[in-house]
Write a protein that binds this ligand. Structure first.
Ligand SMILES: C[S@@+](CC[C@H](N)C(=O)[O-])C[C@H]1O[C@@H](n2cnc3c(N)ncnc32)[C@H](O)[C@@H]1O
Length: 238
Protein backbone atom coordinates (compact mmCIF):
# COMPACT_ATOMS: atom_id res chain seq x y z
CA UNK A 1 0.00 0.00 0.00
CA UNK A 2 1.08 3.59 -0.64
CA UNK A 3 2.15 5.56 2.44
CA UNK A 4 -0.11 8.30 3.82
CA UNK A 5 2.85 9.85 5.65
CA UNK A 6 4.43 10.70 2.31
CA UNK A 7 1.43 12.72 1.08
CA UNK A 8 0.86 16.46 1.35
CA UNK A 9 -2.03 15.90 3.77
CA UNK A 10 0.45 15.58 6.61
CA UNK A 11 1.53 19.18 5.89
CA UNK A 12 -0.30 21.61 8.22
CA UNK A 13 -0.25 24.51 5.75
CA UNK A 14 -1.56 22.36 2.87
CA UNK A 15 -4.47 21.00 4.97
CA UNK A 16 -5.39 24.48 6.20
CA UNK A 17 -5.34 25.84 2.68
CA UNK A 18 -7.75 23.11 1.56
CA UNK A 19 -10.18 23.87 4.38
CA UNK A 20 -10.15 27.59 3.65
CA UNK A 21 -10.60 27.43 -0.11
CA UNK A 22 -12.27 24.12 -1.07
CA UNK A 23 -15.76 25.65 -1.24
CA UNK A 24 -14.55 28.03 -3.91
CA UNK A 25 -12.75 25.61 -6.19
CA UNK A 26 -14.79 22.39 -5.81
CA UNK A 27 -17.61 22.60 -8.35
CA UNK A 28 -21.12 21.92 -7.01
CA UNK A 29 -19.69 20.73 -3.67
CA UNK A 30 -22.93 21.69 -1.93
CA UNK A 31 -24.98 19.65 -4.43
CA UNK A 32 -22.74 16.58 -4.09
CA UNK A 33 -22.98 16.71 -0.30
CA UNK A 34 -26.73 17.37 -0.53
CA UNK A 35 -27.25 14.33 -2.77
CA UNK A 36 -25.22 12.06 -0.43
CA UNK A 37 -27.26 13.42 2.46
CA UNK A 38 -30.48 12.67 0.57
CA UNK A 39 -29.26 9.10 -0.02
CA UNK A 40 -28.87 8.71 3.73
CA UNK A 41 -32.21 10.37 4.54
CA UNK A 42 -34.25 8.47 1.97
CA UNK A 43 -32.95 5.00 2.74
CA UNK A 44 -31.88 5.10 6.38
CA UNK A 45 -33.51 7.86 8.42
CA UNK A 46 -36.64 5.82 9.22
CA UNK A 47 -34.60 2.92 10.63
CA UNK A 48 -34.32 2.64 14.41
CA UNK A 49 -30.52 2.26 14.39
CA UNK A 50 -28.04 3.84 12.01
CA UNK A 51 -24.29 3.81 12.34
CA UNK A 52 -22.37 6.12 10.03
CA UNK A 53 -18.70 6.05 9.02
CA UNK A 54 -16.88 8.88 7.21
CA UNK A 55 -13.53 7.78 5.73
CA UNK A 56 -11.08 10.62 5.13
CA UNK A 57 -13.46 13.01 6.90
CA UNK A 58 -11.25 16.11 6.63
CA UNK A 59 -12.73 18.84 8.81
CA UNK A 60 -16.07 17.05 9.21
CA UNK A 61 -18.16 19.15 6.83
CA UNK A 62 -20.31 16.26 5.60
CA UNK A 63 -21.15 15.05 9.10
CA UNK A 64 -22.02 18.59 10.15
CA UNK A 65 -24.43 18.81 7.21
CA UNK A 66 -25.91 15.38 8.02
CA UNK A 67 -26.49 16.34 11.65
CA UNK A 68 -28.42 19.47 10.64
CA UNK A 69 -31.28 17.17 9.58
CA UNK A 70 -30.69 13.65 10.88
CA UNK A 71 -29.70 11.92 14.11
CA UNK A 72 -27.72 8.75 13.40
CA UNK A 73 -27.16 6.44 16.37
CA UNK A 74 -23.39 6.70 16.09
CA UNK A 75 -20.86 8.43 13.88
CA UNK A 76 -17.24 7.46 13.33
CA UNK A 77 -14.87 9.83 11.57
CA UNK A 78 -11.49 8.61 10.36
CA UNK A 79 -8.66 10.63 8.87
CA UNK A 80 -4.91 10.15 8.60
CA UNK A 81 -4.23 13.80 9.38
CA UNK A 82 -4.22 14.94 12.97
CA UNK A 83 -4.67 18.54 11.83
CA UNK A 84 -7.84 17.62 9.90
CA UNK A 85 -9.27 15.57 12.77
CA UNK A 86 -8.69 18.45 15.17
CA UNK A 87 -10.58 20.74 12.78
CA UNK A 88 -13.42 18.16 12.62
CA UNK A 89 -13.53 17.94 16.42
CA UNK A 90 -13.71 21.71 16.63
CA UNK A 91 -16.52 21.83 14.07
CA UNK A 92 -18.61 19.02 15.60
CA UNK A 93 -17.84 19.41 19.29
CA UNK A 94 -17.68 16.62 21.84
CA UNK A 95 -20.65 14.24 21.73
CA UNK A 96 -20.93 10.77 23.20
CA UNK A 97 -22.01 9.15 19.94
CA UNK A 98 -19.24 10.70 17.78
CA UNK A 99 -15.87 8.94 17.58
CA UNK A 100 -12.79 10.44 15.99
CA UNK A 101 -10.03 8.06 14.90
CA UNK A 102 -6.68 9.10 13.51
CA UNK A 103 -5.68 6.35 11.11
CA UNK A 104 -4.63 6.01 7.54
CA UNK A 105 -6.61 3.71 5.26
CA UNK A 106 -3.60 1.42 5.00
CA UNK A 107 -3.74 0.62 8.72
CA UNK A 108 -7.46 -0.20 8.72
CA UNK A 109 -6.89 -3.67 7.33
CA UNK A 110 -5.19 -4.91 10.47
CA UNK A 111 -8.77 -5.45 11.67
CA UNK A 112 -8.17 -3.94 15.11
CA UNK A 113 -9.50 -0.43 14.69
CA UNK A 114 -13.16 -0.94 13.81
CA UNK A 115 -15.12 -3.57 15.65
CA UNK A 116 -18.65 -2.71 14.59
CA UNK A 117 -20.66 -2.65 11.36
CA UNK A 118 -22.05 0.44 9.65
CA UNK A 119 -25.25 1.25 7.77
CA UNK A 120 -23.87 4.18 5.80
CA UNK A 121 -20.23 4.57 4.79
CA UNK A 122 -19.36 7.91 3.19
CA UNK A 123 -16.08 9.10 1.77
CA UNK A 124 -15.27 12.27 -0.14
CA UNK A 125 -12.22 13.32 -2.12
CA UNK A 126 -9.83 11.02 -0.24
CA UNK A 127 -9.77 7.54 -1.82
CA UNK A 128 -8.43 8.82 -5.17
CA UNK A 129 -5.06 9.13 -3.40
CA UNK A 130 -4.81 5.32 -3.38
CA UNK A 131 -3.55 3.29 -6.36
CA UNK A 132 -6.14 1.05 -8.09
CA UNK A 133 -5.35 -2.16 -6.22
CA UNK A 134 -5.50 -0.37 -2.85
CA UNK A 135 -8.82 1.22 -3.80
CA UNK A 136 -10.22 -2.25 -4.54
CA UNK A 137 -8.89 -3.57 -1.26
CA UNK A 138 -10.50 -0.68 0.59
CA UNK A 139 -13.82 -1.17 -1.24
CA UNK A 140 -13.79 -4.86 -0.19
CA UNK A 141 -13.09 -3.81 3.38
CA UNK A 142 -15.98 -1.31 3.27
CA UNK A 143 -18.24 -4.08 1.98
CA UNK A 144 -17.26 -6.22 4.98
CA UNK A 145 -17.94 -3.33 7.34
CA UNK A 146 -21.45 -2.69 5.98
CA UNK A 147 -24.54 -4.19 7.61
CA UNK A 148 -26.89 -6.03 5.21
CA UNK A 149 -28.77 -3.33 3.25
CA UNK A 150 -26.07 -0.77 4.09
CA UNK A 151 -24.83 1.78 1.57
CA UNK A 152 -21.45 3.10 0.46
CA UNK A 153 -21.57 6.65 -0.95
CA UNK A 154 -18.34 7.80 -2.56
CA UNK A 155 -17.91 11.39 -3.79
CA UNK A 156 -14.54 11.74 -5.50
CA UNK A 157 -12.62 12.69 -8.59
CA UNK A 158 -12.47 10.05 -11.32
CA UNK A 159 -10.26 9.65 -14.38
CA UNK A 160 -11.86 10.68 -17.69
CA UNK A 161 -12.06 8.03 -20.39
CA UNK A 162 -9.70 9.86 -22.80
CA UNK A 163 -7.37 12.87 -23.02
CA UNK A 164 -9.90 14.58 -25.27
CA UNK A 165 -12.60 14.35 -22.58
CA UNK A 166 -10.10 15.17 -19.84
CA UNK A 167 -9.16 18.45 -21.52
CA UNK A 168 -12.83 19.43 -21.65
CA UNK A 169 -13.43 18.42 -18.00
CA UNK A 170 -10.40 20.45 -16.83
CA UNK A 171 -11.61 23.47 -18.80
CA UNK A 172 -15.10 23.03 -17.27
CA UNK A 173 -13.46 23.04 -13.82
CA UNK A 174 -11.40 26.19 -14.61
CA UNK A 175 -14.57 27.86 -15.84
CA UNK A 176 -16.34 27.11 -12.54
CA UNK A 177 -13.50 28.76 -10.59
CA UNK A 178 -13.41 31.77 -12.94
CA UNK A 179 -17.11 32.41 -12.37
CA UNK A 180 -16.63 32.90 -8.62
CA UNK A 181 -17.72 36.44 -7.65
CA UNK A 182 -14.48 37.13 -5.73
CA UNK A 183 -12.31 37.83 -8.78
CA UNK A 184 -9.03 38.06 -6.86
CA UNK A 185 -9.69 34.71 -5.20
CA UNK A 186 -10.73 33.06 -8.45
CA UNK A 187 -7.57 34.32 -10.19
CA UNK A 188 -5.47 32.82 -7.39
CA UNK A 189 -7.24 29.48 -7.61
CA UNK A 190 -7.70 29.03 -11.34
CA UNK A 191 -4.45 27.03 -11.54
CA UNK A 192 -5.83 24.31 -9.21
CA UNK A 193 -7.10 22.00 -12.00
CA UNK A 194 -3.62 21.99 -13.58
CA UNK A 195 -1.95 21.42 -10.19
CA UNK A 196 -4.40 18.57 -9.56
CA UNK A 197 -3.46 16.99 -12.89
CA UNK A 198 0.30 17.28 -12.25
CA UNK A 199 0.28 16.05 -8.66
CA UNK A 200 1.31 12.41 -8.44
CA UNK A 201 -0.61 12.03 -5.11
CA UNK A 202 -3.77 12.02 -7.24
CA UNK A 203 -4.41 8.57 -8.68
CA UNK A 204 -7.99 8.62 -9.94
CA UNK A 205 -9.40 5.61 -11.77
CA UNK A 206 -12.21 5.78 -14.29
CA UNK A 207 -15.75 5.74 -13.00
CA UNK A 208 -16.48 2.65 -15.12
CA UNK A 209 -13.64 0.62 -13.62
CA UNK A 210 -14.67 1.58 -10.09
CA UNK A 211 -18.35 0.72 -10.66
CA UNK A 212 -17.16 -2.60 -12.06
CA UNK A 213 -14.91 -3.22 -9.04
CA UNK A 214 -17.79 -2.50 -6.64
CA UNK A 215 -20.06 -4.89 -8.56
CA UNK A 216 -17.41 -7.62 -8.55
CA UNK A 217 -17.00 -7.25 -4.80
CA UNK A 218 -20.73 -7.88 -4.37
CA UNK A 219 -22.29 -4.41 -4.06
CA UNK A 220 -25.83 -4.20 -5.51
CA UNK A 221 -27.55 -1.30 -7.27
CA UNK A 222 -24.14 0.10 -8.10
CA UNK A 223 -24.56 3.43 -9.87
CA UNK A 224 -23.33 6.97 -10.33
CA UNK A 225 -25.75 9.26 -8.49
CA UNK A 226 -24.35 12.64 -9.60
CA UNK A 227 -21.57 13.77 -11.92
CA UNK A 228 -19.97 17.00 -13.11
CA UNK A 229 -16.75 16.69 -15.13
CA UNK A 230 -14.31 14.61 -13.10
CA UNK A 231 -16.39 14.95 -9.90
CA UNK A 232 -18.66 11.99 -9.21
CA UNK A 233 -20.87 10.60 -6.48
CA UNK A 234 -21.21 6.85 -6.87
CA UNK A 235 -21.60 3.73 -4.79
CA UNK A 236 -23.90 0.84 -4.02
CA UNK A 237 -25.72 -1.22 -1.43
CA UNK A 238 -24.88 -4.45 0.37
C1 LIG B 1 -9.42 16.52 -0.07
S1 LIG B 1 -9.49 16.14 1.62
C2 LIG B 1 -11.22 15.72 1.76
C3 LIG B 1 -11.73 15.92 3.14
C4 LIG B 1 -13.25 15.76 3.29
N1 LIG B 1 -13.67 14.39 3.06
C5 LIG B 1 -13.95 16.71 2.36
O1 LIG B 1 -14.67 16.26 1.47
O2 LIG B 1 -13.77 17.91 2.50
C6 LIG B 1 -8.74 14.53 1.70
C7 LIG B 1 -8.69 13.98 3.12
O3 LIG B 1 -8.35 12.61 3.05
C8 LIG B 1 -7.36 12.33 4.01
N2 LIG B 1 -6.57 11.22 3.47
C9 LIG B 1 -5.94 11.17 2.28
N3 LIG B 1 -5.35 9.98 2.11
C10 LIG B 1 -5.59 9.26 3.24
C11 LIG B 1 -5.23 7.96 3.69
N4 LIG B 1 -4.50 7.14 2.93
N5 LIG B 1 -5.65 7.56 4.92
C12 LIG B 1 -6.41 8.38 5.69
N6 LIG B 1 -6.79 9.63 5.32
C13 LIG B 1 -6.39 10.05 4.11
C14 LIG B 1 -6.57 13.63 4.14
O4 LIG B 1 -5.90 13.72 5.37
C15 LIG B 1 -7.65 14.67 3.98
O5 LIG B 1 -8.24 15.04 5.20
Amino acid sequence: MSKFEETRWTNREFSRNYRDKANIYLPFRREFIGTAKSLYGYFFDAKSENNVLDLGCGDGLFIEELLKTFSPTSITLIDGSNEMLEAAQKRLGKKENINFIQANFQSLFSGQLLNQTFDFVYSSLAIHHLPSEDKKRLYSYIYELLSPGGCFAHYDVVAPVSTKIENWFLSLWRQWIKEHPDKEMSENLVGIPDQYKKNTDNMPDTLGSQLQALTQIGFKEVDCFLKHGIFSLFGGFK
